[in-house]
Design a protein around this ligand. Structure first.
Ligand code: GDP
Length: 179
């Protein structure tokens, strides 16, 4: 059983350009302050901090900018296996990134067949109304098919980004409590 204080390892996955770096900088607090005092341990590809969810602190290690596309199958598989949960991002302005998210969801299922790994499908860039190519209902349907949660966000407007992080912690807690 996971001890209460050990960090949850959350991975940002998705095609290039969907907003993973933007999510990671919001998480690291870069948008709030110039120094990243909020973040206990921040490197290029890793940031760990405490997040308060429903009144209780959780430690989350966010793993970003891992270019899964260019890594070997072995390295990619190991990396994906090491995570506790995934935010699976696409851009609502880019249908190809939506299809990529489906492919990634399928490979996750292959790598982690027996586990109920928390995943949230995240449709980012919902501020770009006129450039939208993927509707919210398509996103919701896809999430239902893939048996994961769904949220639309705008990293640019800082809309729903923390809601996505808090959602993944809630799911991790539910899983932990049922273990
Ligand atoms: P990554 O390749 O997945 O890390 O994507 P980035 O975070 O680098 O984002 C790619 C581009 O999209 C950058 O120019 C961001 O400023 C922009 N971007 C990211 N999120 C949003 C968003 O929610 N709305 C808008 N309008 N632009 C965004």
């Amino acid at each position: 059983r996971r001890s209460r204080g050990s960090p949850y390892r959350v991975v940002l996955l998705g095609a290039s350009g969907v907003g993973k770096t933007a999510f990671a900088s919001i998480f690291a607090g870069a948008a709030d302050s110039l120094d990243s005092d909020d973040c206990e341990l921040c490197a290029d590809e890793l940031c760990e901090r405490e997040v308060e969810v429903d009144g209780d602190p959780a430690t989350v290690t966010l793993m970003d900018t891992w270019d899964v596309e260019t890594e070997s199958d072995w390295a990619r598989e190991n990396f994906l296996r090491s995570a506790d949960a995934f935010l699976l991002l696409y851009s609502v302005t880019d249908r190809a990134s939506f299809l990529r998210a489906s492919e990634l969801r399928i490979s996750l299922r292959r790598f982690r067949p027996a586990q109920r790994t928390p995943i949230i499908l995240v449709g980012n860039k919902c501020d770009l109304v006129r450039r939208r190519e993927v509707s919210a209902s398509e996103g919701r349907t896809c999430a239902a098919v893939f048996d994961c949660k769904f949220i639309e966000t705008s990293a640019a407007m800082q809309h729903n980004v923390w809601e996505a992080f808090r959602g993944i912690v809630r799911q991790l807690r539910l899983r932990r409590d049922s273990e």
